[in-house]
Write a protein that binds this ligand. Structure first.
Ligand SMILES: O=C(O)CCC(=O)C1=CC=C[C@@H](O)[C@@H]1C(=O)O
Ligand SMILES: [Mg+2]
Length: 329
């Protein structure tokens, strides 16, 4: 016996969440809940506006189609993998599949690299209180690159055991990236674990790494057509955002390729709800246990969905309060 339900959600975001120049007032997506032989599996399908090619309506049509095939006996692993052109659908269905098959371990560590923002005193206190290896992430490239350099230096000087990941989202010209580096003393640079996509082109980012000795990581590039995982001088990591990438199998393939090339593979959020984030934390613990994932995005939302992120005080919306948009017969 098989049963499937698809829910649609719309979660209010904190005011001021801006993604690629677009204000995100609500985070909209789908949840699937599957049942087979006394087992349940959940998955979240949440195309990210400005990043995903598909939108929620397209995803919903595809999910209904895929789940109808599953109801008729198709393997969900195969159904999920067939949606390579709709990565959010492939990822969500493959998570539900992995839960149904008992493949996705339950162990959940909430350790992730905190995103640095807000009042500097509060931030220093928060970072100072991080247990063990202190690793955090700073977004750069939104304002003047010189200011970014000064800010990053201040943080590294204030907390001598802090290491930082930076993310510029391809926003700098080479000249701007040089402006940043000029204000980060060479002795501080080794504590920048990497900077994600500093420049507008990959070639400029490589040049930045060569000129400054600061390691880089590919994020957007991983989703570019024709991208292949390769070791390169100055390249430390690839960032994998499963909702934008595809099925768990596709993510596992990228992770293995990265590890074989001596690169770190970092699982990162595409601003999923607490349900998707807890699954990403479990995936990270399972497939990339040595890399701290980038999952500090729950507080951008005003509520959690179905499963609670340990320690979060945000209210949780339960299953009966969700809108059902499709159910198997
Ligand atoms: O990677 C993380 O630590 C958190 C996720 C994160 O930074 C992002 C998620 C989604 C869209 C982006 O604005 C941003 C990124 O650029 O990596
Ligand atoms: Mg990034």
């Amino acid at each position: 016996m098989r049963r499937a339900t698809v829910y649609r959600y719309s979660l209010p975001m904190e005011a001021g969440v801006v993604l690629r120049n677009q204000r995100l007032k609500t985070r909209d997506g789908l949840l699937v809940s599957l049942w087979q032989d006394e087992k349940t599996g959940w998955g979240e399908i949440a195309p990210l506006p400005g990043f995903s090619a598909e939108d929620v309506t397209q995803a919903q049509e595809a999910v209904k189609h895929g789940l109808s095939q599953w109801m008729q006996g198709a393997s969900l692993t195969a159904v999920a993998s067939a949606f390579s052109a709709l990565p959010s659908v492939a990822f969500g269905l493959s998570c539900a599949d992995a839960e149904l098959r008992g493949e996705l371990p339950d162990v959940l560590s909430t350790r992730c690299a905190p995103l640095c923002h807000g009042d500097p005193n509060e931030l220093y206190a928060r970072l100072g209180a991080l247990p063990g290896d202190k690793l955090a992430k700073v977004k750069v490239g939104l304002y003047e690159s010189v200011g970014d350099g000064l800010n990053v230096s201040m943080l590294l000087e204030a907390l001598p055991d802090l290491r930082l990941r930076l993310d510029a989202n391809r926003s700098w010209t080479l000249a701007k990236s040089e402006g940043f580096a000029r204000h980060v003393a060479p002795e501080l640079r080794s504590r920048i674990v990497f900077i994600e996509e500093p420049c507008q082109t990959r070639e400029q980012s490589r040049e930045f790494a060569r000129a400054t000795g600061i390691a880089i990581a590919w994020d957007e590039s991983v989703r570019d057509a024709g991208f292949t995982v390769q070791a390169e001088t100055g390249l430390a990591a690839i960032i994998i955002k499963p909702t934008l990438t595809g099925s768990l199998n596709r993510c596992r393939q990228l992770i293995s390729q990265a590890h074989a090339a001596g690169l770190e593979a970092v699982i990162s959020s595409s601003i999923e709800s607490s349900l998707g984030l807890t699954q990403l934390a479990r995936i990270a613990q399972w497939l990339t246990p040595d890399a701290v994932p980038g999952l500090d995005t729950l507080d951008l939302m005003q509520a959690q969905l179905i499963r609670r992120w340990p320690d979060s005080v945000l209210p949780v919306i339960a299953e009966p309060d969700l809108e059902v948009v499709w159910q198997s017969q």
